[in-house]
Design a protein around this ligand. Structure first.
Ligand SMILES: Cc1cc2nc3c(=O)[nH]c(=O)nc-3n(C[C@H](O)[C@H](O)[C@H](O)COP(=O)(O)O)c2cc1C
Length: 172
């Protein structure tokens, strides 16, 4: 699939078929994340692959009852590790959220390219996710996504015009 087609065609999928995700496709999606850039190439992130039904249900509860998350056969939970990250991006912030987010973007695009759906989920209670998955205190939960075959083709959600997003030469 052409890169721009993948970028423009990806949608947040909130209905999934029960069809299992083949292991080779799961690996391809995870491999796309592996190739993401990161500050100082620190790769300060981990992805938890959740397939257990009971654990998925607990993640739904931790994500404020967003039921469709557990409809997908796989849920990926992406964590950032501040202690491994570049500490001063721009002189003021840790890179772990940025680095993990790029990895997520890579995997969501690859998922779409191989016919799978995803949906960024960042509306969750971190402590609850941490408890469900035994995530240590020094690891942050950045986002999760269901992963499975889409059971819907959502309309494209509009974006701002390029002219409203891009500034040439000086901010003001
Ligand atoms: C950081 C982030 C957090 C999000 N959290 C949620 C969420 O908790 N639940 C949800 O249904 N969608 C969530 N979304 C999906 C957005 O609503 C969606 O990307 C946006 O409306 C554009 O739609 P599209 O992804 O289909 O292009 C999130 C997206 C991002 C990038």
């Amino acid at each position: 699939m052409d890169l721009m087609d993948a970028i423009k065609g990806r949608r947040s999928i909130r209905r999934y078929k029960a069809t299992p995700v083949p292991d080779d496709l799961l690996r391809e999606v995870l491999t796309a994340a592996r190739h993401a850039p990161s500050a100082d190439n620190a790769q300060p992130w981990r992805i938890l692959v959740i397939r257990d039904e009971d654990t998925k249900r607990k993640l739904v509860a931790a994500a404020n009852g967003q039921k469709f998350i557990a409809q997908a056969p796989v849920v990926l939970v992406i964590c950032g590790i501040p202690d491994e990250a570049f500490p001063t991006v721009g002189g003021y912030m840790s890179s772990h959220v940025i680095d993990a987010s790029i990895a997520i973007d890579h995997l969501t695009l690859m998922a779409h390219a191989v016919g799978l759906g995803t949906c960024w989920i960042a509306w969750f209670k971190e402590d609850n996710v941490r408890e469900v998955l035994s995530i240590p205190e020094d690891v942050r939960v950045i986002a999760m996504t269901p992963l499975g075959y889409p059971d819907e083709i959502p309309e494209r959600i509009p974006r701002k015009n390029l002219e409203d997003l891009v500034i040439y030469d000086r901010y003001q």
